[in-house]
Design a protein around this ligand. Structure first.
Ligand code: DAH
Length: 352
């Protein structure tokens, strides 16, 4: 029996040494030292040995068990640490390596455009103002020389507020930024060089209109301001915003709050204002060399008077254009449906 025990010890030692994983060790422990393992079944043979041999062999068996367990424990530690060092090799993390940047969004094309317009005008001494987007009728219409019953009012499809009517009329969601002219003029802080950019609201939704849109309103009032100043500013803006070589022109038009009034065009960036494309045919973008940008004019004396400004002393010009419109004109973007600007479709927005 002693020989058997010695042989078992050797077997255990050999197997433990050969074990390649923690799982192998598990199997070895159960096989040799477990409750139903080989050592246990060998110990049953103790019943057949002499009384002198029994304690000696018993002690030997216990020793083998203890040595076996120690051996397995030691090997287990070895295997575990080499498992982690292998992991450390393959899955090493370099904590000093710069992290992966999470995808970052960018500003909406309207925000970009508003900032750009602001900075273009700031360079020539204009300052940005913000006036109410919900205002009294008087500011939005009446002081702009558009009395309540005037048919021109029909052009402005206004949202009226469900609010008490005051001496200044109903409250409206401003259908244009021209109310800013009135607020600014009332401050009597000359020279006025305002660029007022804000949201406007009109009852219209279709491929070329959104019920909320943006306008930028310029107002320059001082002693001796005339149309040549307006022309200069228009050309300056054309070149700054749309690019070198772009110029403006004005055509007669009618607005209640300006006299004379104009429609402003910018020369087409594709055909250079000739109306003729590279293929010698009509320019596909503009058809006639010019793109319409919006209204302008010399501030009407009645508007100045309504704000307590003497039209004999002060003169000025104003213009009011759509931010969405100039942004699309600049990008040369053929947007079939302008509503996409406000639908938060990232595939569209990330182009700009
Ligand atoms: N307020 C006008 C509109 O919304 C645009 C406009 C035209 C503004 C002429 C002006 C101007 O300041 O002079 O259609």
């Amino acid at each position: 029996m002693k020989d058997q025990l010695d042989a078992l010890r050797l077997e255990i030692e050999r197997d433990v040494k050969a074990a390649k994983s923690l799982e192998d060790l598990e199997v070895i422990e159960v096989k040799y030292l477990g409750r139903k393992g080989e050592l246990t079944s060998m110990l049953k043979g103790l019943a057949n040995v002499t009384a002198e041999e029994r304690p000696v062999l018993g002690a030997l068996a216990n020793q083998i068990k203890q040595d076996g367990l120690d051996l397995i424990a030691a090997r287990r530690e070895d295997l575990a640490s080499s498992k982690y060092s292998a992991l450390a090799e393959t899955e090493r993390v370099d904590v000093t390596e710069p992290g992966a940047r999470p995808p970052e969004g960018h500003l909406h094309i309207m925000t970009h455009t508003i900032r750009e317009i602001t900075s273009i005008f700031e360079k020539i001494g204009f300052y940005r103002t913000r006036y109410p987007e919900i205002d009294w009728d008087w500011y939005a219409f009446e002081a702009l020389n558009m009395p309540p019953e005037h048919p021109a009012r029909d052009d402005w499809e206004t949202f009226f507020m469900d609010a008490p009517i005051s001496k200044k009329g109903k409250m409206v969601m401003t259908p244009h930024t021209s109310n800013g002219q009135i607020h600014e003029l009332q401050r009597h802080n000359f020279p006025i060089r305002m660029i007022d950019i804000g949201k406007c609201y009109r009852r219209q939704v279709d491929a070329t209109h959104t019920p909320m849109f943006h306008q930028f309103e310029g107002l320059f009032v001082d002693k001796g301001v005339n149309i040549t100043h307006l022309r200069g500013i228009l050309d300056y803006f054309a070149e700054q915003f749309f690019g070198p070589g772009r110029v403006s022109r004005i055509r007669p038009h009618h607005f209640r709050f300006t006299e004379p009034s104009f429609e402003v065009d910018i020369s087409c960036g594709i055909c250079g204002g000739t109306g003729i494309g590279a293929d010698k045919k009509k320019c596909k973008v503009c058809k006639r060399g010019w793109l319409e940008i919006g209204g302008a004019g010399m501030v009407h004396p009645n508007v100045l008077k309504a704000c307590g400004v003497d039209p004999k002393k002060y003169t000025g010009f104003a213009f009011g254009w759509g931010v969405e419109r100039v942004a699309m004109m600049k990008e040369g973007a053929k947007v079939d449906d302008i509503r996409i600007l406000y639908q938060n479709d990232v595939r569209f927005l990330k182009q700009f």
